[in-house]
Design a binder for this molecule. Sequence first.
Ligand code: ATP
Length: 360
Amino acid sequence: PPPTITATERPLVRLERIEKSFGSNRVIPLLNLAIRRGEFLTLLGPSGCGKTTLLRMIAGFETPSAGRVLLDGEDITSLPPYRRNVNTVFQNYALFPHLNVSDNVAFGLKQHGVAKADRTEQVQQALAMVQMDVFASRKPKELSGGQQQRVALARAIVNRPKVLLLDEPLAALDLKLRKQMQQELKNLHEQLGITFVFVTHDQEEALTMSDRIAVMNRGVIDQLDAPQTVYNHPRTRFVADFIGENNTLPGTFDGQTFRRGEVVIPVVDTPNVAPGRAFLFIRPEHVVINRQRPADTFALPAQLTGRTFLGNQWKIHCTLTDSGERIDVAVRPDELSALDGYETVYLNWPVAKATLANDQ
Ligand code: ATP
């Protein structure tokens, strides 16, 4: 018999065969997504790939052209935003300028008829969680951007929604404050146990904060995995290039090994890769520069053609002798002098560090 699915394993949010077009612009061709209860899920992708559109369909600000949105098993596709147990935090905070901090946070509770005493307590609690309780009587314009965003967060969590949607909430903050708020958001997520769906185009932010990352490319989720998996085992060239730095080598997969002319490269990370034309992805920090041709394993002869200083590391630029393709290698500053005087070297890498895919 098929395994039974218990209530705790049932996804909290399910997007089923979602399509979305604006006029003739097909922003989301066909998408399925299951969001786990309590997870911190990030939608990551370049500008225009459809992240915000996807988030707005969960929030109810956009209606899918086809498909269904389920929340806790209930079809909410045609419910308006205020009838969904879901709140959104926007990049521009969207606070009411004429209301003070407390009243901003209390607004939704009042609309839902929560009694004054309960309201006061819940508002106080929410403001304390974002360290804004001392600013309760200030107006938004008397607060910094970071403080306004904290108030917007308090307003979004005060009624404990099932899902908190965050649309690039930190994008307007400077780098230092953004890093601090990333940590605070993570803490808040842990304290609340609410499911967070976070939109960003910043790969570092996604890697730092998420339980899982959905990498989006033109309305399609290319990969949905834990940050470490997305980084170490990218399944498409788009994912390999968008997250971190990457070298791509075209070649042929024969079902066992990866071939480039005379060079046979062992590969192990090859799920769903069909024999034929394929691409090998290898991170700069995993490539090893050998001064002599190794006797016991594969090696790609290359010329050292340049170097770039990056503070904590150097990027060594190499050109493959057989093809002229460029490979970048990251080395620590103390490893650099060992390369002085060498022009021809032999590149390889630990076999498990390379990933193979068929697509471009
Ligand atoms: P960004 O990071 O720039 O916000 P995004 O990945 O969130 O990008 P979306 O805002 O979802 O992307 O937009 C995806 C595509 O849909 C874009 O081509 C955009 O122009 C289009 N689009 C979004 N909203 C509308 C709308 N209301 N009417 C027409 N086209 C829209």
